[in-house]
Write a protein that binds this ligand. Structure first.
Ligand code: C5P
Length: 226
């Protein structure tokens, strides 16, 4: 029998990555950042001469694509990402990639390819995966499903603070809120595997919770479930 699977889904900027990384560390689970995979493919398309909406050509481009995800030893560092042997860890976090990722993630060939990889990596379980469609589509039989949300205002405020901490003091909070809302709308309204709470997912509204409280809650849920 396979090891347990935990699915963490929710809209942009809900704090999924920080929380999921630390829970993975605490519970000794493999951490899978599926958003990083959609970002890597978006980066690849943007650095090719293909148009973002040329689905047929993009399907060919990624037919045999290789993506490698490596978790650094330090728990708070993002996943190191390679696509076709190019290191794109920071390149996939630019505002330009962020603005285009939903359009790429809506394409059938892209989702087909990446979901297949994710399911292969998760085959033996012992994994906590973070994304938009993990509980509904990638691992519908996950033992624990959490849907993490917060208001758009709170998510924008947190993102703004993160950027501020990285020395970016040129970011407009209202603009950030608009971008987050737009990405949520695109992700929620696409035809294939849209952002949606799975029926059997536990909703965690994090506006009034600290990161440590969210982590403690998920670990408690895990111990109750497994
Ligand atoms: O989580 P992150 O912000 O890195 O995700 C980037 C984008 O990748 C999302 O806005 C969404 O378009 C796409 N995505 C997805 N399915 C997932 C994870 C991410 O469509 N499971």
């Amino acid at each position: 029998k396979r090891q347990p699977i935990v699915a963490i889904d929710g809209p942009a900027g809900a704090g999924k990555s920080t929380v999921t990384r630390r829970v993975a560390h605490e519970l000794g689970l493999l951490y899978l950042d599926t958003g990083a995979m959609y970002r890597a493919v978006t980066w690849l398309v943007m650095n090719s001469d293909l148009a973002l909406d040329d689905e047929g050509a993009i399907a060919l481009l990624i037919k045999d694509v290789e993506i490698q995800l490596t978790s650094p030893n330090a728990v708070d560092l993002p996943t190191v990402v390679h696509i076709d042997d190019k290191e794109v860890t920071t390149a996939i976090r630019t505002p330009e990639v962020t603005a285009n990722v939903s359009a790429i993630a809506a394409q059938a060939a892209v989702r087909g390819k990446l979901v297949q990889m994710q399911q292969q990596w998760g085959e033996k379980g012992g994994i906590i995966a973070e994304g938009r469609d993990i509980g509904t589509n990638v691992f519908p039989n996950a033992e624990l499903k959490v849907f993490m949300t917060a208001s758009v205002e709170e998510r924008a405020r947190r993102r703004w603070q993160d950027l501020q901490n990285q020395g970016r003091d040129d970011i407009d909070l209202q603009q950030l809120a608009q971008d987050i809302q737009r990405r949520d709308e695109l992700d929620s309204n696409r035809a294939i595997a849209p952002l949606k709470k799975a029926d059997d997912a536990i909703e965690l509204i994090t506006d009034d919770l600290t990161i440590d409280e969210v982590i403690a809650k998920i670990i408690e849920l895990y111990q109750q479930t497994i």
